[in-house]
Design a protein around this ligand. Sequence first.
Ligand SMILES: [Zn+2]
Length: 502
Amino acid sequence: MSRWFTLILLLMTATVAAAWEEGLAPLTDRGSGTFDIRVTFVRDRDDFDIQGRHLLPGSQVTYLASADVVAIFRASRYWDPELNRLTLKARDRQLSATAGSRLVQRDGVELLLPVPVLSLDGDIWVPMEFVVNVLGPAVGEPVAWSHADHVLSMGAARPNITNVRVETGTRSTSLHIFCDEPLGWRALGPENGIVTLKVYGGIVDRREVRVSQPRGLIRRVSSRQKSDHALITVEIHNLVRHSHARSGGDGREIILTLEESEAPSLPDLDPRGALNMSSPSELNRGLREIRTVVIDPGHGGDDTGRIGPSGLREKDVVLDLARRLEDELEDLGFTVVLTRDGDDDLDLDSRAEIANRSGGDLFLSLHTNGWFDRQVRGIETHMLRPAGIESGGSVDATSFVPWDRVQWRHLGAGREVAELVQARLVEQTAARDRGVRQTAQRVLRGVDMPAVVVEVGYLTNPGEEDQLDSRAYREKLAEGLALAVADYRRGVAAKLARSRGD
Ligand SMILES: [Zn+2]
């Protein structure tokens, strides 16, 4: 909607709101009765908070601002000041409601709400009833409202995989996954230190179904929503020798038990480490098939990263982008590891450590850029500029490499990746091409695989902030990154084939 239209709408409704407050005074004080509502888009596994209000004294009816309703349903709205009437258009359906009235019209059919539509603070407020029972059905979007949790679920029923609990014993650890109804499931793995649980018909509450700190034999648990099932990924300790899963609680519980071996065992040799020792020349060229991609969403927790002029936060943008990229890459057959899959505060060395432990073949750290000049915009990709290299330092794969210089081994491959990433991103988004740069990125130093930092745009540029706020644009970025990773995989596979003499 254009800015001037919004402005006019605000002016009009402010007048009406004043009339309401003088005449009928059904409204509570401004601000009181205001609370957060989480809107969850189950299919896109996206969510955000809006504000709900109790506007009628002595009533628990929840009201939503039409601005939020429009955003949730991707609708458009129109205000007729003479009739005090708000018209919403969504997916070719038209609904209208009049401030102060319980009557709403849906494609010419009149319906009666239990409470009136109200006007306040420059917007029209509609009762939840209107959203759940009128607008949702009209546009064919299942909508569920939980008054107790203040959660509005869009697109499907409410989550039925709701919680996890870890129990640790002396030599075993069990993970209990709680469901609201009996669900079928399958356990896969362990493979590369990961057990995957595929829960059919599962709708997972991703915020609850996760374990972000190591507990016993479990390193981490995360979950993802797929179209017809939920995936729960359990990263396990390398001491685990047996794992088995079973149902409990009348099918409402999935219990994964991990057991350490009876005999004390030596730590496993990292096969990649052994390869590094035995074939330095292979190593130097960084030649191995690209299977596992580590995505590192920058910042998190108290560290918000950049904040755009209208409040968009880097940590949120890059996490959402990471999840979209994860989906794209999984569709292309890659195994994907996220250094954080929530709002976690991770230091840079932990990110490198997670990447190295996961046996990743490629590391992409996602960031948004910022500058005090708000005109500056565009995409850039960074590879490591190792301090000392220009002044005669060298990368010798046969000698001992200090931990914080391990990335030096992969600089050639890193440049290749950076160039592919930069080219695909610019191609997908038509953003300004700021090129590949060498910078002293600390997060890259300890990463033992080709690694780049991608700055997907300038959050300080209002235009790019707007773009970065949109799902469509993030989708383009994710596609560009996935294409670059696929390009790189193809290139490496061709080189490997040549070196084998195929
Ligand atoms: Zn950053």
